[in-house]
Ligand binder design. Structure first.
Ligand SMILES: [Zn+2]
Length: 827
C-alpha cells in the first residue's frame, strides 16, 4: 500500500531520472514556497542521523529552503541489502539520502569527511578526520547555502555520550558558524561565493540525551523553541510524519523503514548561538522572509500573493501570464542568492503550469568520450499559451542548434540529433572517489565540486523557449530509457565510461606456498572494436608471466577472461596488484562496478583495478565448512581462498543430517538479528557441537534476537567495542589451542588490521567460556570479550566480535591465521 501511495504522489522518486510531473495541487505548494525567502541547514554526521520530521516540516510547512549537511556518506556502516561495504556502501547511502530529500523536500550536501568507522570521542574522530578540511567544507556549504538558521542533531557539550562523529559534527558547527562570516578565513573560497552570517544555531533536543522519553517528558522546556511538527498537508494528502516516514524508509541499506503517524507532534530546539528569540515558535524571528528581503522584491511578493489567491486548480495555465511577469521581474534583480534560487523555482513552476514536457533521451545507456551519440529530444506544450522553441544547446560544449518551432497546444515535437562528444569528457563516477584519499578524508581538489551530493553529470540539453515573448532556458540532463516488459518505462542516467575496464576476479588471492597460481582478469569492452593489450603489475619479488596479453573484443559490452601466472616471493608479504590495459598508447586502469537497487538510481563506479596478493604463512586443518549468511558479508569467498570447501546453508537447511558432514559451522554477522528461520534451529546446532562439531558465531548486536539463547552457556552481548584497529592485543591464555594449532598466533597477527578491531563484545559470560584476548581503546578499561572459547560436550562453541568481516576481504594475514585456528580447534 505504501508503494502505491508513493507512486501516486511522488512518482519522480521511483523513476530516478524521469522529469518531474507535479499535479495541480503540488504546483500550488511550489507557488507557496516561491513566496518564502528563508533557509535552514540541518547538520549531523551520517546518512540517517537527520531528523526527517523536522526537515519535512521546515521544507513543507515553514516553506524554507532546507538542506541537510551530512559530514560523511556513511561508508563505515553495515549493509542490510547487499554485500557492498566501505566506499561502495557510501555510494548507496548517498543515493538513499538523495531519494529521501526528493520526498521530504530538502536538499542534500556532504563534506569530504570519511565515515572511517566507530569512534567514541571527538578527539579520536579528529585524529583521523582532517579538522581543517572538514571545517573548510562546512564553511563552504554555509557560504553557498546561506542558511538563516542552522540546526544540529547533536549536542556539542556532551562528548562521549554518543558516536564521536556525532559530537564532532555539533562542535565544528559552532566553529563554522563564526568562521563563515570571517573574510580572512579561507579567502580563496570567496572567488566563488560570499561570506555569510547565519542568524542563529540551535540544537535539536531529543529525549535520547535525557536517558529516555519518560525523563524527557519531565524536563522544563520553557526555554526551548517548540514546533508543532504534526501538521497535515491537504495539498499533498499526507501528514508531516507520513512524509518523514516515507523519507526515512529510503534508508533501506540500514533497515530504517518507518511507519507514518498522524496527529500532533513536537520538536524542541535549544538556542546555542546567535540572536535570542522571543517567539518560541518561530525559528526565523528577526529575519524578513518575504520578498522585501531582496532589493526591488516588493512587487514580486505582491504578485505572487495575487497568484496564490487567484490560482485556478482546474487550469494552472491561467497563471502563466502573471508568472512570466514574476520571472521577468526576478530576472531584472541584482545578481544574488535569492535571484538564482527563485529563478530556478519559477521556471519549473511555469513549465508545470503549462504541462510543458521536455526530455532528451540517449540511444544507449553508456558512451565513451569522443564518440558519437544519438539523442532523441521531445518537447510538448499542453496549454494554450503561445510558445516557440528557439533553440537546443548541447552541454557541456554548448553547441547551439537553432529551431524556431511553434509549440502549439498538445502537439508534440522531437527529432534525433547527432552529438559529437568531446574527447576530454570526464567519466561518470562518484567524484569523491576519483582520487585516492586517506582513511579520514576523501580527496577532492576542485573547490566547486565540494559539498555536492551526487555524481556530477555534464551531458544535458538546454531548451530555450519563448513563452509569450519571454525567453526561458530549461535544462534537462540527457537520460536513457527503455521499456521493460514487467516494469514498463524505466529511466536510467546516462554514463560516460572508459573504452575498456578490467576486473581482477579475486580481490584477495592467498599464496600459502611458493607454488605458482593463476590470477584471472576479466576485460570488458566499453565500445565496439576494443583492441589492445593487458599487463598485470606487481611489486618486486613477485613474478608475472606473460608480460602482456593481447585482447580484441568486437562488440561493446562483451567480455573475456585472461590469466597471468604469478609466483610469490619466499617471505610472507601483502602486495597490491594492478591491472592496466593499453589501447593505441592510452592506458586504462579502472574497474567498473554497477550498483543497481530498485530504490536508488543505478550507479556507475570507477575505481582502480587492483587486488591484494598475500603470501601468508597459513596452515589449515579441516575441509568442509557450512556458512549461514546473516546480514551479509564476503567471508565465504575468503574461506574458499584459504582452501576450504564452503557450503552456504539457509536456516531451513540446518538439520542434524546436513551438519554431520561439516568440520565447522560459521554464523555470518548478525545472523541472530536478522534470520527469523533460526528460531527453531539453535538446538540442532548445539547438539551438533555436543557431538563433536565446531560452531563459530560472529558478532550480533545486543538488540532483538530471533533465538532465546545465542550460546549453550550464558552470554550477554553489549555495545562494547575496540574501535582502534591498531590497539595493542594481549594474549590472556597463550597455551590455548586456538592460539597454537595449526598456526602459532602472536600479537603480531593483529598488525595491519583495518577500520576496527571488533564490535559488540559480550560483557558477561559463563565460567565455561575462556577469554583469549584483551585489548582496549585509549584511556579505556581492557575488554576481554573479543574471542570466547567454550568446550560443549565433545565439541567447541566460539563467540567472536573480532571484525573478520572487514579483515578477510582486505587480505589481512593475521585474521586468516586466526580464523584457520578457530576452525581447526576440534580437529
Ligand atoms: Zn550517526
Amino acid at each position: 500500500m505504501q508503494k502505491i501511495l508513493i507512486s501516486l504522489l511522488f512518482i519522480t522518486s521511483l523513476c530516478h531520472a524521469q522529469p518531474e510531473k507535479p499535479t495541480s495541487a503540488e504546483i500550488y505548494h511550489k507557488l507557496e514556497k516561491l513566496n518564502f525567502l528563508g533557509s535552514a541547514l540541518y547538520i549531523a554526521a551520517h546518512p540517517d542521523d537527520e531528523n526527517s520530521r523536522l526537515i519535512s516540516f521546515l521544507a513543507n510547512n515553514t516553506m524554507a529552503r532546507t538542506g541537510y549537511l551530512s559530514l560523511t556518506r556513511g561508508d563505515g556502516g553495515q549493509n542490510l541489502i547487499g554485500l557492498e561495504l566501505r566506499e561502495l556502501l557510501g555510494v548507496i547511502r548517498t543515493q538513499e539520502l538523495i531519494e529521501a530529500r526528493k520526498i521530504d523536500g530538502g536538499e542534500q550536501f556532504f563534506s569530504r569527511a570519511n565515515d572511517f568507522g566507530f569512534s567514541k570521542l571527538p578527539n579520536e574522530t579528529l585524529q583521523i578526520w582532517d579538522k581543517k578540511e572538514v571545517l573548510q567544507d562546512m564553511v563552504w556549504v554555509i557560504r553557498n547555502f546561506e542558511p538563516d538558521v542552522i540546526i544540529t542533531r547533536f549536542d556539542h557539550r556532551s562528548p562521549g555520550s554518543t558516536h564521536g562523529h556525532h559530537t564532532t559534527s555539533a562542535m565544528l558547527t559552532q566553529e563554522a558558524f563564526e568562521l563563515a562570516n570571517d573574510p580572512n578565513y579561507e579567502a580563496a573560497q570567496l572567488k566563488f561565493t560570499n561570506t555569510w552570517k547565519p542568524k542563529r544555531v540551535l540544537f535539536n533536543v531529543s529525549w535520547w540525551f535525557f536517558g529516555g522519553k519518560d525523563k524527557f517528558d519531565k524536563v522544563d522546556k520553557s526555554n526551548y523553541v517548540n514546533l508543532h511538527t504534526g501538521a497535515y498537508y491537504p495539498l499533498l494528502g499526507k501528514s508531516n510524519q507520513e512524509i518523514a516516514a516515507l523519507s526515512r524508509s529510503r534508508h533501506q541499506s540500514q533497515g530504517f523503514g518507518a511507519t507514518g503517524e498522524r496527529g500532533d507532534d513536537m520538536e524542541y530546539l535549544e538556542l546555542i548561538n546567535g540572536d535570542a528569540l522571543k517567539d518560541k515558535q518561530n525559528l526565523f524571528e528577526g529575519i524578513d522572509t518575504s520578498w522585501n528581503r531582496v532589493k526591488g522584491g516588493k512587487y514580486i511578493g505582491e504578485a505572487v500573493t495575487v497568484l496564490l489567491k487567484s490560482y485556478d486548480f482546474k487550469n494552472p495555465a491561467a497563471s502563466i501570464p502573471a508568472l512570466l511577469k514574476v520571472y521577468s521581474q526576478i530576472n531584472k534583480l541584482e545578481d544574488g542568492y535569492w535571484k538564482k534560487q527563485k529563478l530556478k523555482e519559477v521556471r519549473e513552476i511555469i513549465a508545470a503550469c503549462s504541462g510543458l514536457y521536455l526530455e532528451a533521451v540517449a540511444e544507449q545507456q553508456s558512451v565513451t568520450p569522443g564518440s558519437n551519440l544519438k539523442v532523441r529530444w521531445e518537447a510538448i506544450n499542453r496549454s494554450r499559451v503561445s510558445m516557440n522553441l528557439k533553440s537546443l544547446s548541447i552541454l557541456p560544449h554548448d553547441k547551439v542548434l537553432p529551431q524556431n518551432l511553434l509549440l502549439s497546444d498538445n502537439a508534440g515535437h522531437g527529432t534525433t540529433i547527432d552529438v559529437q562528444l568531446p574527447k576530454n569528457l570526464s567519466y561518470t563516477s562518484p567524484y569523491w572517489l576519483t582520487e585516492k584519499g586517506t582513511s579520514g578524508m576523501y580527496k577532492v581538489t576542485d573547490q566547486q565540486k565540494i559539498g555536492k551530493a551526487d555524481i556530477i553529470r555534464s551531458l544535458a540539453v538546454v531548451f530555450t523557449i519563448d513563452i509569450n515573448g519571454v525567453e526561458i532556458p530549461f535544462e534537462r540532463s540527457i537520460v536513457y530509457k527503455f521499456n521493460d516488459p514487467v516494469k514498463g518505462e524505466v529511466y536510467e542516467p546516462l554514463d560516460v565510461i572508459p573504452a575498456v575496464t578490467t576486473r581482477i576476479l579475486n580481490k584477495v588471492q592467498l599464496f600459502t606456498s611458493n607454488m605458482q597460481q593463476q590470477v584471472r582478469i576479466k576485460i570488458k569492452a566499453g565500445s565496439d572494436n576494443c583492441k589492445g593489450s593487458l599487463k598485470f603489475e606487481l611489486p618486486q619479488g613477485w613474478q608475472v608471466s606473460p608480460a602482456a596479453i593481447p585482447f580484441d573484443l568486437k562488440t561493446k559490452g562483451s567480455e573475456t577472461i585472461v590469466a597471468f601466472a604469478v609466483t610469490p616471493p619466499d617471505t610472507p608479504t601483502e602486495s597490491i596488484g594492478r591491472s592496466v590495459a593499453t589501447i593505441d598508447g592510452e592506458e586504462f586502469d579502472r574497474e567498473q562496478t554497477i550498483i543497481n537497487y530498485p530504490h536508488i538510481a543505478p550507479q556507475n563506479v570507477l575505481l582502480p583495478s587492483t587486488a591484494k596478493l598475500s603470501k601468508v604463512d597459513l596452515k589449515i586443518k579441516g575441509e568442509k565448512i557450512a556458512y549461514v549468511m546473516g546480514a551479509g558479508d564476503n567471508i565465504p569467498e575468503s574461506l574458499k581462498q584459504m582452501g576450504y570447501n564452503v557450503s552456504l546453508l539457509t536456516p531451513e537447511a540446518i538439520t542434524s543430517e546436513t551438519l554431520a558432514s561439516f568440520d565447522a559451522v560459521i554464523m555470518g554477522i548478525r545472523a541472530y538479528n536478522v534470520l527469523e528461520g533460526m528460531a527453531f534451529k539453535q538446538q540442532v546446532l548445539f547438539s551438533y557441537v555436543n557431538n563433536g562439531g565446531t560452531m563459530i558465531v560472529q558478532y550480533n548486536t545486543p538488540g532483538k534476537h530471533t533465538v532465546k539463547d545465542i550460546a549453550p552457556y550464558s552470554l550477554r552481548l553489549s555495545g562494547k567495542r575496540v574501535t582502534d584497529e591498531n590497539a595493542k592485543v594481549t594474549l590472556l591464555d597463550a597455551t590455548n589451542r586456538v592460539l597454537n594449532y595449526p598456526n602459532k598466533i602472536t600479537a603480531d597477527d593483529f598488525k595491519g588490521w583495518v577500520q576496527e578491531q571488533g564490535l559488540y563484545y559480550p560483557d558477561e559470560w559463563a565460567k565455561e567460556f575462556t577469554p583469549i584476548f584483551s585489548s582496549h581503546d585509549k584511556d579505556e578499561e581492557p575488554l576481554q570479550g573479543s574471542l570466547l572459547v567454550a568446550k560443549y560436550g565433545k565439541g567447541y562453541y566460539i563467540y567472536t566480535g573480532l571484525s573478520f568481516f572487514r579483515e578477510l576481504p582486505e587480505g589481512v594475514s593475521g585474521a586468516y591465521r586466526l580464523m584457520a585456528n578457530m576452525i581447526a580447534i576440534g580437529q
